[in-house]
Design a protein around this ligand. Structure first.
Ligand SMILES: *Cc1c(COP(=O)(O)O)cnc(C)c1O
Length: 459
């Protein structure tokens, strides 16, 4: 096998992107506007300012500016763990005996273990700039809470994390990493907030959910002077910050004149996928390179593939803005899947619009097959992947095997969003043969759909 392309394509520091890219500026059909949950009118910066920092409000609503300069302080932090490598998966290709060339962008090379740090540091920076005291947030699987804890520590901000109770109990070490970085961590639902107390009264002993933890963190931020809320996915600002992944990937491919034929990423709220694909979507819209873009979601939480395209709340407590998105309903409680980062009822409005316009496609993956893939990948490529990331690996392998049938030497690029060191409980279930697959029935999905608000615009 010829190995002219290095195993790892790194960019030099001087080649690193100095701007983020906002795909929405180039989209012909823009995502529908966010709505104020009280007035149901398009959201203004003033509506958002009690919740998020000023600059982030501006980024959230801007769908015309294509490039945003990355502030120097954020670039400095990025340089501690970026550029991340684009790896040529030679060993995987050999094992599959495929003519395809497989590349993955590895975002697990930082202590938080995932891509989430790319946005956490930006959100903490703008909070510091504005002279705030601290940030509140929720975390499900724990990756986002860890990233925001690290970022807050760097800028000397207080960080309060509402951690979904099941994770709080199942992942004590995640919790301790956050505390080591100085964050306070409470299990959600908690008795600290009104919405938490209400949910506990209604469902005593509940393990909590991401939607519920979001409601608690938003309430906490609104009641504490000098605090704002930070969210790790779904929002436009997060997608913007994550574009660093795609811009680096594209720059690395360009160095060796490689044209991507297929780009694949896992999709929870959609931030890593949107970040990875941003420059490829741009090229597709501009007619420069028409590659296949595939979102992979768990069969247990299939918002793109089985959801409906409607306005819905981003959280269970219905305090967050409404987004037009592919959704399973804000009241949909996903099964206790082991890919915690993908257990969200909706999909970012930008990805939803791209999916609706058929610029991207979507597939589902079944949990035990995902873990089979994760194990296979770990054994040949060495990296122990996060279960979320393994969804993308699964489809990359499917695509490479398809190439084996057709003899095509496609360039397949996928996002390896993080490591699985804190997911060993899930790996244990898999190794012990105790892991089960759950796919919701149509009747179960109907229950979730019934929680979508019955608004004029949704009819
Ligand atoms: C959070 C997370 C995801 C999913 O979130 P997106 O916003 O859809 O990217 C995927 N992989 C890892 C490792 C995560 O931590």
């Amino acid at each position: 096998m010829d190995r002219k392309i290095p195993y790892k394509i790194y960019l030099k520091e001087t080649e690193m992107p100095r701007q983020w890219y906002n795909m929405r500026a180039d989209m012909i059909n823009k995502p529908a506007p966010l709505l104020n949950p009280e007035t149901l009118q398009p959201l203004t910066e003033a509506d958002l300012e009690p919740m998020f920092c000023k600059e982030l409000c501006r980024q959230e609503l801007d769908d015309t500016t294509p490039y945003f300069d990355i502030p120097q302080e954020i670039l400095n932090f990025y340089r501690m763990y970026r550029p991340s490598p684009l790896v040529r998966a030679y060993c995987l290709e050999e094992m599959l005996d495929t003519p395809a060339h497989i590349y993955y962008k590895f975002e697990g090379n930082n202590t938080s273990g995932s891509h989430k740090l790319n946005s956490a540091i930006a959100q903490a920076y703008y909070a510091k700039q504005q002279g705030l005291k601290g940030l509140t947030t929720e975390t499900g699987a724990g990756q986002w809470g860890t990233a925001l804890s690290m970022a807050s520590a760097y800028f000397g901000l207080d960080c309060n994390v509402y951690m979904v109770r099941v994770s709080y109990e199942q992942k004590p070490f995640r919790r301790e990493v956050m505390r080591t970085y100085g964050a306070s961590v409470v299990p959600s639902p908690s008795t600290q907030t009104e919405v938490g107390r209400k949910i506990l009264e209604e469902f005593p002993g509940t393990g909590g959910s991401l939607g519920c933890a979001i409601s608690e963190a938003v309430e906490a931020a609104s009641k504490k002077e000098g605090y704002r809320y930070a969210l790790g996915s779904v929002l436009n600002q997060v997608l913007l910050h994550q574009s660093i992944i795609g811009l680096e990937t594209k720059a690395a491919l360009d160095k060796y004149d490689i044209k991507a034929d297929v780009v694949i990423g896992c999709a929870g709220g959609g931030s890593n996928l949107a970040g990875l694909i941003a420059p490829f979507v741009r090229d597709k819209i501009k007619g420069i390179n028409d590659c296949d873009i595939i979102a992979v979601e768990p069969a247990s939480c299939p918002s793109l593939t089985r959801g409906v395209y409607k306005y819905d709340y981003c959280d269970t407590g219905m305090v967050c803005p409404l987004q037009k998105m592919y959704t399973l309903g804000n009241g949909f409680i996903p099964s206790a899947s082991h890919a915690g980062g993908l257990r969200y009822h909706g999909m970012s409005s930008t990805l939803s619009q791209l999916y609706h316009d058929k610029i991207i496609s979507a597939r589902t993956a079944i949990q035990t097959e995902v873990f089979d893939t994760a194990q296979e990948f770990a054994r040949v490529e060495g990296i122990l992947p996060a279960p979320e990331s393994a969804h993308a690996i699964k489809v990359a392998i499917d695509e490479a095997l398809e190439c084996k049938k057709t003899g095509e030497a496609k360039n397949i690029v996928f996002g390896l969003t993080g490591t699985g060191y804190f997911d060993m409980y899930a790996y244990k279930r898999f190794n012990d043969g105790d892991m089960t697959d759950y796919v919701p029935t149509d009747a179960e999905l109907a229950k979730g759909f019934a929680t979508i608000p019955d608004l004029e615009i949704n009819r």
